[in-house]
Structures are given as C-alpha cells and as structure tokens.
Design a protein around this ligand. Sequence first.
Ligand SMILES: Cc1ncc(COP(=O)(O)O)c(C=O)c1O
Length: 404
Amino acid sequence: MPFDVSRVRAAYPALTDGYAYLDGAAGTQLPDRVIDAISAAYRAGLGNSGGAFPASRRADEITAGCRQAVADLTGGTPEGVILGPNMTTLTYRLAGTLAKDWAAGDEVVLSRLDHDANVRPWVQAALRCGAVVRWAEVDVSTGELPTDQYDELIGPRTRLVAVTAASNVLGTRPDVAAITAKARAVGAVSYIDGVHATPHGPVDMAALGADFYATSAYKWSGPHVGAVAADPGLLRTLRPDRLASQPDTGPERFERGTLPFADLAGLTAAADHLAALDDSATGSRRDRLLASMAAAERHEQQLFAVLIEGLASMRHVTTYGKPRNRAATAFFAVAGAAPAQAAARLAERKINVWNGHNYAWELTGALGIRDTGGAVRAGLVHYNDRSDVDRLLAAVADLADLDG
Ligand SMILES: Cc1ncc(COP(=O)(O)O)c(C=O)c1O
C-alpha cells in the first residue's frame, strides 16, 4: 500500500504555514493527537506521583503508559525505560553512574561519527577516573564508520562502547549489531544513541544488541522528553546518585525529581501516531510500529534518492558522505556561500534547514569544516513530501549565483 503522505500531513497543524520543514533532524512538528493528549492531561487535573487521589493516580498511569510506549517503540521492556528531560541529560547521568565502576586504565570506545551528546559525557567521566578513551574513526570519503577497526579498539580493559545508530548529519547507520557483539564478547556494555535513528525506521534493541538505547521524543513528533531503554537486570546492578527519599527500585532510581506528566502523555500519543502511519497495519502497537516505521522509511528513502541525487548533480554543491545505509539526511556545502548564508537564503524562500556543526563536533572536525561554519543540513521525516524536496532543489539551484 502506498504511503499516504497527504493524510499524514493533514494531522500536523504547523505544516499549513507554507514552510518546507526540512529541519526535522533538530526537532519535528507535533500532530493534533499529541497536542490534544498534552492538553487533555492538564484539563483532567494532574497531581504529583504516588498519591491516593485520582489526579495523582492519573499521573502514575500516564507515566506507566509512557514507559510502555517507549518499550513498544524500541523493543525494550517498560521496567527498563528511564525518562528525563532529554538524551543529553540522561546520558550525563548514566555516564556518571557507569563510571563509578571504572578504574584507572579501563577503556571506553567512542566514535567520531557521534553527536557530542554521546561523546563528551563519556570523555569527561573517563577523565575523572583515569580511564582511557579510544576512538573509532570515520572514513571521511564515504562517511562510513568501518566496523573492522573495533577488533583493535575493543579489548580486555574495555568497559563501554558508545556509538550512534545513525549520524545526525550524514545519516550513516553503522553496523551496530556487529559492534555490540564485539563489546559483549569482552563483557563491555554498549550505549547506543538512537536519537537520529528512531524516527527513520523500525527499532529493535535486541537485534542491535544494545544494552542502553537512548531516544528523544521531540525527534519523532513528540514533546521535549528523552528516554533511555535498558535491560532492567543491568539497571539493578548500577548505583545512581539519588535522594535518600527516592524510590530504590525500577527505572525511577535513575530519574530526578518530578516528571513532566503531561508531556509523557504526549509521548505516548506520539508513539500511537507513529503506529498509525501505515493505516493498514494490524496487531499490537509494537507490530503496528514496526510495520508503520518500515512504511515511513520506504517513503523517506524514495524522496531522499531524489534529494541527494539532485544536490549531487549541481556543480556548485558539495555533498558530504555517501554511506550505503543512510537515514534520510543530507549535509552539503554551496560554493561561494557560507553555510549560514545559504541557510538564510533558503529561509527567505520559506525552507527550514540547519547549518553549522549541528553538535557533530568530532565529525565536522574530521571533515575539516567545523571551524568554517560546518555545512547545511536538510533532513526528511515521514511528513515531508515531494514538493518539499522540489522546493529545496530549486532554491539550492538558484544559489549558483553566489558562486564566483
Ligand atoms: C544523534 C543525536 N544524539 C543526541 C542528541 C541530543 O539529544 P537531546 O536534545 O535530547 O539531548 C541529538 C540532538 O540533536 C541528536 O541528533
């Protein structure tokens, strides 16, 4: 069944403003059902967690439902879903916790493909306890993260391997399953950054071999909430800093203070929205999510082929990376225009794109563009359509006047 992008777009009130939203990699728009779920939670009355009265019980039910929604989306279990403000905050928290068990001379393996949120928390945690950071390098000509190098990088002292499931600028999807298998073979844990990968296709933590899988709902049509899914058994072995008065069981041990209950209701609605992208999908929400995200991926990939080939055919445009397995994200430079200038010209044409290093700090350093303004990023998500792509290509073609 063809992907009905018109039906999907009709769910998003913000998409009627005449802009081409190619900025989804930095945050997506919200469909009505998510906005309605957030407002319904407040309208019904919300109390804090753990009380005997209905408004409090509603908050607890929303939280439980949200953990289940993240589990359905990632293939995890609700008892292992930690909720928090965003991926960066949760990763700092988990880095501090995991590093309590590291000793001087232990090793952590990071990648230069990653967003800095899956790099710096580990670098700083390693520094504090004298652990050694080992780097997986990117092949800058292809944008690939070669898997073979992990045979050398991972060894008996490796305690953690952190790697992204998709680059937020090049879209590169490394062979995470192969990397986590090597980590597991030496007893190291894997921390997978799924923030960019989650909106672009089905996720199966078990198939990825991920001990931890981090995601952020605002990248997949939800509110600004982050989540990390992990094996509850593994979580029980960890000793997070927590208040004496805080629960000492379950994922709550890793959470701090009061959760944003209404936003958690929005997250659940976002998972329901994703599960309905393919309206012929049936079965459990997990089944429907797998089918719908596969349909969304096919839709994105078809459009992305047009977008990337169009950009690559322009003489005044340089595209970065050509990884084989790629989420629908383009990173490019326009001759004669700084990335910020190109993005500003596109904004004048009502086209939303990003420019700069986009927090891919190590990668833009390796590409040699971090200190010169980075590049322009245009990404597709399930609500983009052919007109968004055609408008971008026409507007970038017109930037040829800046060359020379
Ligand atoms: C791949 C990737 N990882 C991590 C992050 C950080 O996510 P958050 O804003 O939830 O901290 C982002 C945000 O852009 C991202 O794209």
